[in-house]
Structure formats: structure tokens, C-alpha cells
Design a protein around this ligand. Structure first.
Ligand code: PEP
Ligand code: MG
Length: 756
């Protein structure tokens, strides 16, 4: 046996499989081969029955699958589960825990080696090899089995999450199936699942010769024009219900289709003798693969777009129809990938939820779902269509969870939550023009975050008193090149005018990390510790200067601009910015424009900034806590990394005491403090932030009414008292419990779920 080679081969093959069945079969077959043993079997936890069940074997009788079961502590497998350690026996039958199962036909097997399969500290099963001869498996074999079990625990767990154990051996699946995804758009929804079949993959097209060049070129061009028209129509359909930014996404598609290279390259390939479909396949794949190889998530998401467009054109060439009858009842659309044009086609139907097997919160699908107020969960991984189609599912967009085949009780619970939420939203409308003031007259400003996930109008409609965070990178991300000074001025002015005379805190370009520009790609080993925010803009100072000039010009008639700097980690960055600002003002004045100097502030997102507040305070007019990044840097947790994202928690004692420290320090230096991360809309956290005396909370506009309700219900005195108590706590769960008890006492229990 060449263990490394065998391991590599197994992983390579495992990557191509999507069902648990196939994966289990592959493991037992390949491990038996590689170890030259006579049997390889896998036992997994059956959580419903609380025992361990044989789910795959190569060497024992097939009829034993699903039949051989044992409790923890029972038999050799049960013994391994109890001890959570390896068992290597010369002759299994001599062990006191040995139990004979006639179904397996295993009386001939003597040598036994069993290894626990553990994923994220949890035992999920046991991998066993056996031999006919009486012998101990050697150290190399033991190491091989341990490695296989450690490496395959993750993929196995993921696959099993999607296919309940009972479904592996039975075929039918009416069991509830809870799947965790990535947050797309918030909300709670319930509906029948409809699967939208993907357009036939272009990659499946076989290379075929072209019979008539001109005919194929016309065929391709006609298909292209038809797709363009469809996209234009879908965009127009949504023009009145979504923001300009979101509408611009349709422009991105059209721009891709207008790309001369795609047309020219395809036509050239046809002229070299390929059919329209084959030529299109080669062109699309070469463009998509270029995006695939980019490190950052935004650009990789564009590969999806290119492939989707290719598939749509191919569908026209091939007159392939993928439409479904739009159901006349609330429904959840499930697809591998959904394009924005496909969602647009359902915009006036009863679409209540979107679930994508691929994609992330940066996908355009998520952007559009947010704008339309449709719950969305992204990236749930492959799921078997036959097990969920036409079944009722419930979605929790706040937690990025979906429960397929939801039972009566589950549906009832979710219906209750939906109606509770509706009542809540209706009841909160009357708060729109009331101040966010506690019962003992402590006033807090509630501002809206705008940009990727929000818009100008939802904030105004919900009584936002200003914009606390304008993410200026969003218009940059939706453009195909750096927007010009005039284009930027125009965009910024629109936001400033919409909110005048209220303040608008515009953050300068914050790219890097998970936010990258489609036309300015760069790869970094550690993007979150790399060229981000102000580091990037200072190093590209002509881009920075253009943005500062555009901000100043946009502010000329409204004078409500505040400039905010992202990712500041040292005083030199603020000094450099201030001299650029000075330079921009001098330039514009010399051009005859009477611009004024706006207030300047920084975001506190990096722990070092928190520790040098004293020095920073002398240079700026305000600070705003970016709790999203601050939490990630304080706890050293990348929240987009599923392996560690459970450790990301804004109620961590370190996070709370840091924010408390920042608020105290800032007030000591007479600076106003705002907080503009997700934490500002977590009801439990809001009580603490109130207690700390944070002056402004800025959040997605949809959350403003709820947060106002909390503030108007609780007294400042109560909040301060609770903060003192919370600061003595050691654990996140105790803190959450304390805060939820307080929300309950105050009659705010309806808010608990949405905040978690
Ligand atoms: C933050 O880090 O909390 C923040 C508001 O910035 P962003 O989420 O845009 O990185
Ligand atoms: Mg940030």
C-alpha cells in the first residue's frame, strides 16, 4: 500500500460525489483495497434512535446494512463510541464487549481495527476494518485509518446533514431535513418548494463541426439578441420596485453580453469549423475560468454570471425550455443558482423565499432578494431534488436555515412567528415620527446604513434621522470601471439631497477583504489582514483624491456630509488623509468651487485603533464603531469561514468590554460615538449599547422600528444597571440569557428570535 497515494485518490474521487450513499460506498471500497483487509465498514449515529447503525460495508453481508445496530457501550463499535478511542485487536471475538450479529455473517473475521469518526468535537461514527486471520493491524495501517477518518469526517458530516441517515438505507424521505446555509436576505417564510431546473450546462455540449458557417453565426447572434431582450424586459419589470443600484445589476448582465470579445471569439470559432453551441461553450468557459481563478469571492461570483448567460444563450440555440408553471400559492424557489433575471420573472407571483445551493451573501441574487424583501438562504450545498420538491418548507433568513418537509408542528410554529412579525411591523409603523428616547428621556439617534443591502427610500420611510454609514464601495462594485469624478459626484449628491438637512456619514472606499472590485483584482494570502480600506486608498491616492473631490463637490448645496475613514489602524493614516483633504479643498477652490471642509471621523474596526483613541481623538470629529470587523479582529474569527463562524459572537465578553471601553474613552475626549455594524440591530445588544451611552445606532433601515421600540420601552437607568451585571459575566450564553430575560420582562419577547 502507498498510503499517501491511496489517500489522494480517495479525496479526489470523493470530491466528485454528491450523495452520502456514494461517498460511503467509495470509502469502504477504497479503504478495504488500500489496507488489503477483508472487511471495511462504517457505522453512523442514528440520532433518532440513539444508537449506532451499520450504513456501508464491503465484506460483510449487504443485508446487514441498516439492520446491525448497537447502543453506546454495546459490542466493539459501541465500546469505541463510549471510549472515543481506537480499538486494535488481534482477535475481536476475545474482547469482553464482543457481540455476535448473525446478519453480518462475520464469524470468520478475527483481526479488528476500529477508529472513531469525529467532526467538530462530535462523534459521528466509526470506521472499521477486519481480517480473516488472527493479527493486529500494524502502525502504518492504524495511521492510515486515523487519517482517512479525520479527513473524511467533514465531507461525511456535510453530506449527512443533507441526507438523513434513514434515507440512506430506505429511499423515501418524508423526514424533516434541517439545512444550514449562508445568510442571503432576512425574514421568515413558509411555502411549497419548487425546483427551478438549471439551464442545460454548456459544459455538457460535445464539440461538433459546423455545417453551414453563416447559418450558425446567425443562429448564435439571434440567440444572443433574444437573451438581451429578455434581460432588458426583466429589468424593466423591476425598475419601479427596486433601487437604482439593484436595477444596475441588469446593466451588468447586458454589459457582459455586449462584450465584443464574446461575440468576436464565438464567431471566430464558428469560422474555424465549430458549431454555434460548441463555439459558444469554448468562449464562455475561457471567460468563466478566468473569473474562477480569482481568489476573491466577488469576482468568482462573476464566473457564475458568465456561465449563466452562456447557458441562456445555449437554451435559445437549442430551444431548451426550463420554465416552471408559476404556482398559485406561496412558494419557495430552490435552484442550484438563480440569476437576477430569473427572480425578476417571479416578481409579481407569490414567491416568498429563495434557496440556492451555491452562492454567497455577495451574490447578486442576495442583493435582489434583499431589495424585494424576499427571504433568501444561499450556499446550502447539493440537495436531492426528489426529497424536497413539492414539500412544504420553512425558512429562517435570520439564521440562514431551511427546514424541508416541515411537519405540522413546525409549520404551526413558523406561522405563529410570521403572524407575530406582521403584527409587530404594523404596530411599529406609528413610531415613525417619534424620537428614539428612553422612558427617562435619554435620546439616541437612529440612522440607516445604505449601500449593498439597503437603499435610500426604506430609510426615509422608516424615520431614519440620517445615514450613519454610506458604503461608497457599492457603486464602485456595480460599475465596470472606476466611476469618474462626475459620476461619483452625481451618486453622492443624490444620497445627500435625499437626507438633507440630516447628516450623511459617507465612508470612503472600503475594498479588500471580501469586497473587491471586478476591474481591480488582486490576490492576497490573508486578505483580511492585507490591502484593505484606507490602506488601499492611500496607496492609490489618485483614486482617493478623485473620491474626496467628488464628495466635497456633491456636498456643496446640502452641507450635510461627514467623511468617515474605514479600517484605520494608526495615526499616520489619518494624517495622510487630512493632507489629501486639504489638497482637494485647495484644488477645488482654485477651480472656483466654494467647497467647505466637512467633519471627519474614523471607524473603529481594528483593535489597535481602540488602544490609541487618545491620539486619534485629537485628529477627528467623531468615531463610529464597525462592530462587524471589530468582532472578527478581536476574536480572530473569520465569520465567512463555516469552520469557525460559530465562534463569532458580538456578545462575547471581550467584545462587550472593548466597546464599553471605546464609548467611555470617546466621551472622555468629547467625541460622539456611533455604532454601525450588525450589532446595532440585535435587540439584546441594543440594551447594552444603550447602557454604554452610544450616541447613534446605524443599521439596515428595516430594523429601525424594532430598535426604536426597544429604546422607547426600556429606561436608560435599567440599561446601565444591566450593563454592569453583564460586564461581570464570563460566557456569551450567560450574557444572552440575561439580556433575553430583560427583553422578556419588558414585554419585548417578540424581538428575541429576530436578533439571534
Ligand atoms: C463593520 O465592520 O462593522 C462595518 C460596518 O463595515 P462593513 O460591514 O462594511 O465592513
Ligand atoms: Mg468593516
Amino acid at each position: 500500500m502507498e498510503p499517501l497515494q491511496a489517500l489522494r485518490k480517495i479525496f479526489q474521487e470523493a470530491g466528485e460525489l454528491s450523495s452520502a450513499d456514494e461517498l460511503l460506498h467509495l470509502i469502504v471500497t477504497r479503504v478495504k483495497q488500500a489496507t488489503h483487509s477483508d472487511v471495511c465498514s462504517i457505522y453512523l449515529a442514528d440520532e433518532n434512535k440513539q444508537d449506532w447503525v451499520l450504513v456501508a460495508t464491503e465484506g460483510l453481508s449487504d443485508s446487514a446494512i441498516g439492520q446491525v445496530r448497537m447502543h453506546t457501550g454495546e459490542g466493539l463499535v459501541g465500546y469505541i463510541c463510549q471510549q472515543q478511542s481506537i480499538l486494535n485487536l488481534k482477535n475481536g471475538a476475545t474482547h469482553p464487549n464482543y457481540r455476535y450479529f448473525p446478519e453480518t455473517g462475520e464469524e470468520h473475521f478475527a483481526g479488528f481495527l476500529g477508529v472513531p469518526i469525529i467532526s467538530f468535537r462530535k462523534l459521528i461514527g466509526v470506521l472499521v476494518i477486519q481480517s480473516l486471520s488472527v493479527r493486529c493491524f500494524n502502525a502504518e495501517e492504524e495511521a492510515f485509518l486515523i487519517t482517512i477518518s479525520a479527513q473524511l469526517a467533514g465531507p461525511l458530516k456535510t453530506t449527512l446533514n443533507q441526507e438523513k441517515l434513514s434515507a440512506i438505507s430506505t429511499d423515501e424521505n418524508t423526514e424533516q431535513l434541517k439545512v444550514q446555509g449562508i445568510k442571503g436576505a432576512p425574514g421568515i417564510s413558509i411555502g411549497k418548494v419548487f425546483f427551478l431546473p438549471p439551464f442545460k450546462e454548456l459544459t455538457t455540449v460535445k464539440d461538433a463541426p459546423c455545417v453551414n458557417e453563416e447559418f450558425e453565426i446567425t443562429l448564435f447572434n439571434k440567440a444572443l439578441e433574444a437573451v438581451k431582450l429578455e434581460i432588458q424586459t426583466s429589468g424593466d419589470k423591476l425598475a419601479s420596485s427596486v433601487s437604482q443600484n439593484v436595477h444596475a445589476l441588469f446593466g451588468v448582465y447586458l454589459m457582459m453580453l455586449d462584450n465584443d470579445m464574446i461575440v468576436r471569439e464565438t464567431e471566430t470559432r464558428i469560422r474555424t469549423g465549430l458549431s454555434a453551441a460548441s463555439a459558444l461553450k469554448q468562449t464562455i468557459e475561457s471567460h468563466a475560468q478566468a473569473f474562477d481563478q480569482m481568489e476573491d469571492s466577488y469576482l468568482r461570483a462573476r464566473a457564475e454570471d458568465v456561465r449563466h448567460l452562456g447557458a441562456r444563450i445555449y437554451a435559445k440555440i437549442n430551444t431548451h425550455d426550463t420554465s416552471i408553471d408559476i404556482p398559485d400559492e406561496p412558494f419557495i424557489l430552490l435552484a442550484k443558482n438563480l440569476s437576477i433575471t430569473e427572480i425578476a420573472d417571479f416578481s409579481d407571483s407569490q414567491l416568498v423565499g429563495i434557496v440556492c445551493m451555491e452562492g454567497s451573501s455577495l451574490s447578486h441574487t442576495a442583493v435582489l432578494a434583499n431589495a424585494l424583501g424576499v427571504t433568501a438562504v444561499m450556499g446550502i450545498g447539493d440537495i436531492s431534488r426528489k426529497k424536497v420538491e413539492q414539500q412544504t418548507a420553512v425558512m429562517d433568513g435570520y439564521r440562514a436555515q431551511i427546514i424541508f418537509n416541515a411537519g405540522e408542528a413546525m409549520q404551526k410554529e413558523y406561522k405563529r412567528l410570521i403572524s407575530q412579525e406582521n403584527i409587530l411591523v404594523k404596530g411599529l409603523e406609528k413610531l415613525k415620527n417619534l424620537p428614539a428616547e428612553t422612558s427617562d428621556h435619554h435620546r439616541v439617534n437612529l440612522y440607516a446604513n445604505t449601500g449593498l443591502l439597503a437603499d435610500i427610500s426604506p430609510g426615509l420611510e422608516r424615520g431614519a434621522e440620517g445615514v450613519g454609514l454610506y458604503r461608497s464601495e457599492i457603486p464602485f462594485m456595480l460599475h465596470d470601471t472606476f466611476p469618474t469624478e462626475d459620476e461619483q459626484t452625481h451618486i453622492y449628491r443624490k444620497v445627500l439631497e435625499a437626507y438633507t438637512p440630516n447628516p450623511v456619514y459617507m465612508r470612503t472606499l472600503d475594498i479588500g477583504g471580501d469586497k473587491t472590485l471586478p476591474y481591480f483584482g488582486f490576490t492576497e494570502e490573508n486578505p483580511y489582514l492585507g490591502w484593505r480600506g484606507i490602506r488601499f486608498t492611500l496607496d492609490n491616492n489618485s483614486i482617493f483624491l478623485t473620491q474626496i473631490r467628488a464628495l466635497l463637490k456633491a456636498n456643496m448645496s446640502t452641507e450635510n456630509l461627514k467623511i468617515m475613514l474605514p479600517m484605520v489602524s494608526r495615526v499616520e493614516e489619518v494624517d495622510s488623509f487630512l493632507s489629501l483633504l486639504k489638497q482637494a479643498i485647495i484644488q477645488l477652490k482654485s477651480e472656483g468651487l466654494n467647497v467647505s471642509r466637512p467633519s471627519v471621523g474614523i471607524m473603529i474596526e481594528v483593535p489597535s485603533a481602540m488602544m490609541i483613541l487618545k491620539h486619534l481623538a485629537r485628529r477627528v470629529d467623531f468615531i463610529s464603531i464597525g462592530s462587524n470587523d471589530l468582532t472578527q479582529y478581536l476574536l480572530a474569527v473569520d465569520r465567512n469561514n463555516p469552520k469557525v463562524s460559530a465562534l463569532y459572537n458580538v456578545l462575547n465578553p471581550a467584545v462587550i468590554s472593548s466597546i464599553n471601553h471605546i464609548a467611555k474613552e470617546a466621551h472622555r475626549y468629547r467625541l460622539k460615538v456611533s455604532l454601525c455594524g450588525e450589532m446595532a440591530s440585535d435587540p439584546a445588544a441594543v440594551i447594552l449599547l444603550l447602557g454604554m451611552g452610544i450616541d447613534t445606532l446605524s443599521m439596515s433601515a428595516f430594523n429601525i422600528p424594532k430598535v426604536k421600540w426597544i429604546i422607547r420601552t426600556i429606561s436608560h437607568k435599567q440599561a446601565k444597571k444591566l450593563l454592569v451585571k453583564v460586564l461581570t459575566q464570563e460566557k456569551e450564553e450567560c450574557i444572552r440569557k440575561l439580556l433575553e430575560e430583560e427583553l422578556n420582562k419588558a414585554g419585548l419577547s417578540a424581538l428575541i428570535r429576530a436578533g439571534n
